[in-house]
Write a protein that binds this ligand. Structure first.
Ligand SMILES: [Zn+2]
Ligand SMILES: [Zn+2]
Length: 678
């Protein structure tokens, strides 16, 4: 059908793998703008769509052509936003409509009827109008910080900058200064600052507000209520917000006047989406900067090996901050790293003698300590010593952890839980023993070892209560806590002033993991946790318990030499032909039986193998995933690998997730590009 020009809109709707659908513009209504949000009929439903194009012709027969219901009263999404969602869809092998609608805030994904306009008006609330940026606050920057800022603000057009700064070197001051300088250029300019964790946004928000005063700033993360999230999104789209702080999903926030993107802790795995479209917000931030023709800054003390490779190859500018900056602008020393060989230092009640001594000394000096253990609960396993029974989750191929205070066994993979049995379920022996230690057991051991010390715990269990994390951290900052024990949560950028001892328990499982990324992650985690010590210039120690005291990772950590470590990892990956030397995509299958999941992947492999040979893509044999069963579902994977990204994508595109329809037992298929866990 050929119609009058401007009377056909191609609309993005949430349909798996579909092209935009054609709709007629109602007679009498003006042609919508490209990027407009609208409500359209889809089957029997009404759905929200985004106008991707406006044209005069369609292949849809007139009788079948439906009309746009109505337009939603927000400005059209910018061209760059459409390009970004199109790229994300193509790259991560989803439909453009799926990617576009998923990128909207939840409230705007639902067609709310005519009341929508009132809601939108409410959301606009009273965020102040754009204002000029106040003159630079008097932050004294170290020479390396100043150099980094100059480099970033001097950049014209697209450019990626890897800001490699040791922990405590003041990367945030570099972002804030660069942001100030870029915002000062244009009265309507906007910047995007991404952080990995929701818990970090309030802290950063406080610093941004302290630095920029009245410059309209919004935060965007999944912890916000739907209305607050939609309000922040709208303020960004309408240009009322000039600084947007956000976690992963914020990479998609529409910003018509974007001039700079900063990605803090760019190595952090939480930038990778774990469900839906499995995108990397870090990688999309770089793409977005390229689309917009602006600079992007990726900051980390332990950059991802991928970004490090880009910097080494000269594709990213490497900006280094080799010194720690104290609040006074002076350089501050880092902690001295010592390994404690567990072969020679027996644990008593969960703690070795040197650890007890170091903690007691810190307390005697009125200083604080952190104890890091990457396991929550009391113990990872409960065991019967008489028959060998171990607490396992009935739904997962995993153990159920012992949570003593609740008196429950709990699976950390699927959430299954049960009251601790009074006796061994298999032999009725009444003495069940915890095996290994989690945060709760270490907390208990610390209370025994350090009578009178004020001890706090920070992990997913201790922060369930609203504001619990904030309260615990505030108590730590205020000096009302002597020793804080916790998981990864301890490591995320907290600026504790009086920590002089850091203890790392049980890092060995990651030292000897089969996942080739495990050491990279461990180095990052340990660098972060060690970096919490000595921030205000206190002489500090970091004690790492291990059975592998000669492991090269621990040597590099002690020398505080990430560059040498990363160069070594890069050489190994090159030699072993692992990412980033090659590119990978993963086809995952889930089913009620392992045989069905593996069987289907074998069929896919058979279908792909001819084309794979001509494209020079390697197709591995299907295997069960590391966690082979989760929540009652068996999981298997098929790995595709190639030195050429284009060839890998071409092959991966041939896998159709819909092809499992009608199979018994049912098989669910998903495809992940650049998987982070294999
Ligand atoms: Zn037993
Ligand atoms: Zn489970």
């Amino acid at each position: 059908v050929v119609s009058e020009s401007g009377r056909i809109a191609r609309v993005l709707v949430d349909v798996p793998r579909a092209e935009p659908l054609d709709y007629a513009v109602a007679s009498g209504a003006p042609a919508p703008n490209v990027g407009a949000l609208c409500v359209v009929p889809l089957g029997a439903r009404k759905v929200v769509g985004v106008v991707a194009d406006v044209t005069g012709s369609t292949a849809v027969p007139v009788a079948k052509l439906k009309r746009i219901d109505r337009l939603i009263g927000v400005p059209p999404l910018p061209q760059g936003w459409l390009q970004l969602t199109k790229f994300a869809a193509d790259y991560y092998l989803h439909g453009w409509g799926e990617a576009a609608i998923a990128a909207l805030p939840p409230l705007l994904r639902r067609p709310a009827g005519p009341r929508h306009e009132t809601t939108l008006q409410h959301l606009r609330g009273n965020l102040p109008a754009p204002q000029a940026v106040p003159a630079a606050a008097p932050i004294e920057l170290l020479p390396a910080q100043r150099h980094a800022v100059e480099h970033i603000v001097a950049a014209t057009g697209f450019g990626s900058h890897l800001l490699f700064g040791v922990t405590g070197s003041g990367k945030t001051d570099v972002y804030l200064e660069a942001i100030a300088r870029r915002l000062a250029h244009a009265p309507d300019a906007q910047v995007l600052l991404l952080v990995p964790e929701i818990n970090l946004t309030p802290q950063l928000e406080a610093r941004v507000r302290a630095r920029f005063g009245s410059v309209p700033t919004v935060s965007l993360h999944s912890g916000l209520a739907d209305r607050a999230r939609a309000a922040a999104w709208l303020a960004a789209l309408e240009g009322r917000a000039r600084i947007v702080l956000g976690t992963r999903t914020a990479v998609f926030v529409p910003l018509p006047r974007l001039v700079l993107i900063c990605v803090d802790e760019e190595h952090d795995p939480s930038y990778k989406a774990g469900d839906g479209i499995r995108y990397s917000a870090r990688d999309l931030a770089v793409k977005r900067a390229q689309i917009e023709g602006i600079p992007v800054v990726l900051g980390s003390a332990t950059p991802s090996i991928e970004s490090w490779a880009h910097a080494r190859a000269g594709r990213y500018a490497l900006l280094q901050l080799p010194e720690r900056a104290s609040t006074t602008g002076r350089a501050a020393a880092g902690a001295r790293v010592e390994t404690l060989d567990l072969k020679h230092e027996p644990r008593e009640g969960g703690l070795t003698a040197p650890v007890r001594t170091a903690l007691a000394q810190a307390l005697a000096r009125g200083e604080q300590a952190l104890v890091f253990i990457n396991r929550r609960g009391y113990a990872p396993i409960l065991a019967c010593e008489s028959c060998g029974w171990l607490s396992s989750c009935p739904q997962c191929a995993a153990f159920a952890a012992f949570h003593r205070s609740e008196g429950r066994l709990r699976c950390h993979h699927c959430g299954w839980s049960v009251a601790v049995p009074r006796a061994c379920p298999s032999c009725s022996n009444q003495d069940l023993e915890p095996v290994g230690s989690g945060t709760q057991r270490i907390e208990e051991a610390l209370r025994v070892a350090l009578p009178g010390a004020r001890i706090a715990r920070l992990d997913r269990d201790s922060v369930r209560r609203k504001h619990a994390a904030r309260d615990t951290l505030q108590a730590m900052h205020a000096g009302d806590v002597d020793v804080m024990v916790g998981t990864q949560m301890l490591t995320k950028g907290h600026d504790f002033r009086r920590v002089s001892v850091v203890v790392v328990l049980n890092a060995d499982t990651q030292l000897v993991s089969h996942d080739f990324r495990a050491t990279e992650r461990l180095f990052a985690t340990l660098t972060q946790v060690i970096g919490r010590a000595g921030r205000a210039g206190l002489a500090s120690r970091a004690l790492i318990e291990t059975r592998f005291a000669r492991h090269p990772l621990l040597a590099a950590l002690a020398a505080n030499d990430y560059a040498a470590f990363a160069d070594g990892v890069l050489r190994e990956r090159q030699a072993a032909q692992l990412p980033p030397a090659v590119f990978q995509a993963l086809v995952g299958a889930e089913s009620r039986t392992m045989e069905a999941a593996l069987g289907f992947l074998r069929e896919i492999k058979a279908q792909l193998i001819g084309r794979a040979a001509s494209l020079a893509v390697k197709v591995y044999d299907p295997v069960p995933m590391t966690l082979s069963r989760r929540a009652g579902v068996f999981r298997a994977q098929l790995l595709l690998e190639s030195a050429a990204r284009g060839a890998l994508h071409a092959l991966a595109r041939e896998v159709d997730p819909e092809s499992t329809k009608g199979l018994r037992p049912a098989v669910r298929l998903r495809i992940e590009v650049d998987p982070q866990e294999i």
